[in-house]
Each structure stands twice: as C-alpha cells, then as structure tokens.
Design a protein around this ligand. Sequence first.
Ligand SMILES: Nc1ncnc2c1ncn2[C@@H]1O[C@H](COP(=O)(O)OP(=O)(O)OP(=O)(O)O)[C@@H](O)[C@H]1O
Ligand SMILES: [Mg+2]
Length: 234
Amino acid sequence: MTLHSEGHALAISATGVDHDYGKRPALHGVDLSVAAGEMVAVTGPSGSGKSTLLHALSGVLRPGEGEVRLGEHVVTSMSEDARSRLRRTDVGVLFQFGQLIDELTLAENVALPLLLERRKRDDALATAKAWLARVDVVDLADELPGEVSGGQAQRVALARALVTNPGVLFADEPTGALDSRAGDSAMELISDIAAEEGLTVVLVTHDARIAAYADREVVLRDGRVDADESVGAR
Ligand SMILES: Nc1ncnc2c1ncn2[C@@H]1O[C@H](COP(=O)(O)OP(=O)(O)OP(=O)(O)O)[C@@H](O)[C@H]1O
Ligand SMILES: [Mg+2]
C-alpha cells in the first residue's frame, strides 16, 4: 500500500562539518552524501559522533562549521524557526525508545504531528489509522502505549515519524531496545516503506546485522569518517 502517490525522497549532503560541545570535539571535517532513496547505516564506537552527526543532518543542531543540505534546503543557513518547521514537515525521526506519550492512545500518538500542523482531528486520526495499518498494528489503535509490546510500540513510533510524509527518516538506534526478531521485523518494515513511499534513511546502529539492511555503511571514529562503503561490497 502506498499512502502517498509521489516519492519525494530528499538527498542529503554534509560538507566539512565540524562540531564541538564547548571544548569537547565531536565531529571533524565530515563529508557525507546520501542519494535520494538511499539507506545509509552510521556505525562506530560509543562517543564517535554518530548522534551528533544525525542532529547536524536533521537540523537539531547547527554545527560550528560546514554545510548541510536536505534536498533544496541549505539547513545550515536556516534560522532555528525555519529548521524546526522543516523538521516538522519534511523530516521523520525515530529513537531507541519510541518516546510515545503514555496518556494518549496509539492512534492519537500517531496523529499528533498532524494535529500540531492544525489538521482537523477526524482527518488526522483517519490518516493515523492508515499508518497503523501499514505498520501492522491497527488493531491496537485505541490502546495506550503501556499496554503493548516494545516491538509494537516501536512500529507505532515509526508510523508517527512518517505520518507527515517526510522525505527523509533519521533513526538513532531504532532497534537498540528490541530483541533480534523484533529488530529484524522493524528493519524489514522500514526497508519496505522506504522503497514504496520514496524515503531516504540514515540510521545509527552498533549492530552489524542491522547495518546489513542498509545500502551503505559509514563508520565514524573520533568524529571522522573512517570508512564509507556499499554494504554489498563487504
Ligand atoms: N550534549 C552534549 N554536551 C557535551 N558533550 C556532548 C553532548 N553530546 C555528545 N557529546 C560528546 O560528543 C562526542 C560525540 O558524542 P555522540 O553522542 O555524538 O556519540 P555517539 O557516537 O552517538 O555515541 P553512543 O554510541 O554512545 O550513542 C562525545 O565525546 C560526547 O561525550
Ligand atoms: Mg549516540
């Protein structure tokens, strides 16, 4: 099922990205290009800058140096407000723990980004339910997050990340809290949806099995790109 007709995956490019947190260096001269529709896994040791890179690419932080582009947008030249608006409409994010709101039903959780964009409630809930069906948990639409499994909650978080039809999905250890079976099933779902809907995916993982779902693996070490190769080539 395709929930919107045109693929509108965004290409991503980072050029000469440097970032320090105060005196602590996190990224040095990172160059990275991701083609529209490509899935890239970012791996590397703890503290190597993976999450910082994701934050720089998604416009959560403006790096000290360098340029980031998402599609046509030069993210590093945009104001804070323009970056948050871009994130709300064109960027989906998924975290290790789904970060669903406990007091809202699963359908309301998925509808939330649309409600924040002032879509009508009935319309937002109908779109949310279509996404819950797409991730195979529509039966749970009226449950609360506390009443479902971790794997189911992560599918709901994926639906929420995609409900605004973003052109890019950034995922930081999306399977880190799941067992290997739930992790595989989440990755199969992400790959299928990315191919069907037209989505560029950058995902951080420390798990080689999860990285194998990607087209390319970029390895960070001490804030630098240490390797960048297509997964099939290994
Ligand atoms: N908010 C912050 N304030 C200060 N230093 C930070 C902050 N976030 C990250 N750092 C530092 O920046 C460097 C890169 O951190 P980052 O979180 O990007 O690594 P990571 O590769 O995601 O690690 P992990 O695998 O543990 O999640 C580390 O030295 C870290 O201590
Ligand atoms: Mg991290």
